[in-house]
Design a protein around this ligand. Structure first.
Ligand code: GDP
Length: 140
């Protein structure tokens, strides 16, 4: 099934000049970028995006990190795109992520893990509409 998923290059990835490297890996894997923009998130936007984690001990740190610099937001499209992009990203903790994955090769820590990707169809729907209006997503 053709799916869409929401991805982010997180502030650590931008600080280290990894936007191109992340997008190159995504395109190399055959996933289509159908929307793309750079934003500085407000605390409110980051809290709303990660609301499922609001009771977690790391929530405040996560919001501080996600607002510590700009992020690059994008929508990917492709057959089974949600799972394929999760595979490409690797495990949340870079110590556990396989070599050859974005996090395994590039991430700094469990928090500063370079990229985000939706973890399922419902999440993808919520996350895409959280950051993109319909007219910003290009059918191609
Ligand atoms: P993901 O779907 O792989 O991004 O992982 P989660 O949904 O579990 O967590 C969301 C984000 O919170 C992760 O990508 C990390 O940036 C951060 N995070 C997750 N677990 C921890 C943790 O134990 N400590 C800290 N500081 N951050 C975490």
């Amino acid at each position: 099934m053709v799916e869409r998923t929401l991805g982010i290059v997180k502030p650590d990835g931008i600080r280290r000049g990894l936007i191109g490297e992340v997008l190159r890996r995504i395109e190399g894997a055959g996933l289509k970028i159908v929307a793309l923009k750079m934003r500085q998130l407000t605390a409110g936007e980051a809290e709303g995006f990660y609301y499922v984690h609001k009771e977690k001990p790391f929530f405040k740190d996560l919001v501080n990190f996600m607002t510590s610099g700009p992020v690059v937001l994008f929508v990917l499209e492709g057959e089974n795109a949600i799972e394929r992009y999760r595979q490409l990203m690797g495990a949340t903790d870079p110590k556990k992520a396989e070599k050859g994955t974005i996090r395994g090769d590039l991430a700094e820590s469990i928090q500063c893990n370079t990229v985000h990707g939706s973890d399922g169809p419902e999440t993808a729907k919520f996350e895409i509409s959280y950051f993109f209006s319909q007219t910003e997503i290009i059918t191609r």
